[in-house]
Design a binder for this molecule. Sequence first.
Ligand code: ADP
Length: 229
Amino acid sequence: LEKELRHKEKLAAIGDMAAGVAHEIRNPLSSIKGIATYFKGLFDESHDARETAEVMIDEVDRLNRAVTELLTIAGPTRLVTARHDVGEIVQRAVRLVEAEADSLGVDLTVEAPEAPVMALLDADRLTQSLLNLFLNALQAMKAQQGGHLAVTLKETPGAVCLSVADTGCGMNAETLASLFDPYFTTKADGTGLGLAIVHNIIEAHGGTIEVTSHPGQGARFDIELPQGE
Ligand code: ADP
């Protein structure tokens, strides 16, 4: 227990530091973006300098996203919670990947109760978590002909259960042991941050996330969230 407490203190200290560094990086970034936008306005469409300014703006945006990701990993996860219909959040996240699923020939299904499933949670963070799981699932099915992405929402006394199951490439024991670790990835262009972020968000809600998978036999992620007051 003492070891765990020390670990928690250390994480809190790293979180404070990350928040400080992020702040120090964001301010000059917003000046740079402002200046690049000003420069862009000085040139008309035909001018090369306009494109150069646009690259600067895009790169600043990229750095800002990197800072946001760092904060999601290391920083304190401060939730903005309210009572939401989880079914609606699921639908919203599903809509964001429908076109991608379609283009891969993946059958995307949602199973949820008719009545609203209410819970106290941060809707944006849960949407982000579901999106990360959906995108991983679609990527896992990319190398094959089609597949099935099944999203299920259930309510148990006091809790909301979400499951995201795919029929993709699945995972071996080694990947299963590390997949929630920040920067762990098996993809050439992966960041390895997606599931670490999901894990943080679910834990911040007092929930749990579990994974079941076998190589070549798809993967299933099971999330349980307390419904709250
Ligand atoms: P990234 O997607 O950038 O690699 P993640 O943290 O989202 O980072 O995932 C970590 C690793 O977990 C992936 O590289 C992949 O090996 C494995 N993984 C995650 N989701 C799935 C899935 N649905 N099917 C198979 N492997 C998965």
